[in-house]
Design a binder for this molecule. Structure first.
Ligand code: GRF
Length: 190
């Protein structure tokens, strides 16, 4: 059974969706969730799902040794960032080479980089007059949103769309595709 850890900073709807997708499939499971915000709703979701959840400070996360130890102690094979807002330290990337993925709610390289997250991304899409948006699932390297892209999916953006309208379409793509893309990547690691 492959063990997946999810890192999240906020609501955790993707974390829940991924956990439910793998639950009972017998191939992989979300067995650990790490949040860097004690008020993150993902903590409640973890409780409800019966998944162990650790809350760490930014300093603890950036120091990395303790995080790596927690992951290794739990025999974590793969790390998924789902709405995680901290830069992943090099030591953690080196501990999980090719095994840390992130989802970005836009079509990278557009609307990526430091500070571009959540509604800021959808606002930028609308302000630029883009006619499409979507999701990018990519490997994590030592810079924001610059790792190898595994997958992208698109949705149309209408001139009348608000950032919330775009967010709704993008979230739907995330829920539809992220678990499957994770599963495909896991199979390449067999
Ligand atoms: C998602 O839109 C994801 O693409 C981005 O942050 C958001 C996380 O939402 N990285 P949630 O916490 O999974 O609900």
């Amino acid at each position: 059974m492959k063990k997946i850890a999810i890192l999240a900073s906020g609501s955790g709807s993707n974390a829940e969706n991924i956990a439910k997708y793998f639950n009972g499939k017998g191939y992989a499971e979300v067995s650990f969730i790490i949040a860097n915000n004690p008020n993150a709703y993902v903590i409640e979701r973890a409780k409800r799902l019966g998944i162990e959840c650790a809350v760490v400070t930014k300093a603890e996360f950036m120091e990395a040794d303790g995080i790596i130890a927690m992951l290794k102690e739990r025999e974590i094979d793969f790390v998924v960032l789902a709405g995680f807002l901290l830069l992943v330290p090099a030591k953690l990337i080196q501990a999980y080479p090719g095994r840390i993925v992130n989802i970005h709610p836009a079509l990278l390289p557009k609307h990526g980089g430091k500070g571009m997250y959540g509604d800021r991304v959808h606002k930028a899409v609308v302000e630029c007059g883009d006619t499409e948006s979507g999701i990018t699932i990519h490997l994590i390297d030592e810079q924001y949103d610059k790792g190898t892209t595994f997958f992208q999916a698109k949705c149309p953006v209408l001139p009348t769309d608000t950032p919330d309208d775009v967010a709704t379409k993008v979230h739907a793509l995330e829920y539809e595709h992220f678990p499957h893309v994770i599963e495909e990547i896991l199979h390449t690691l067999d």
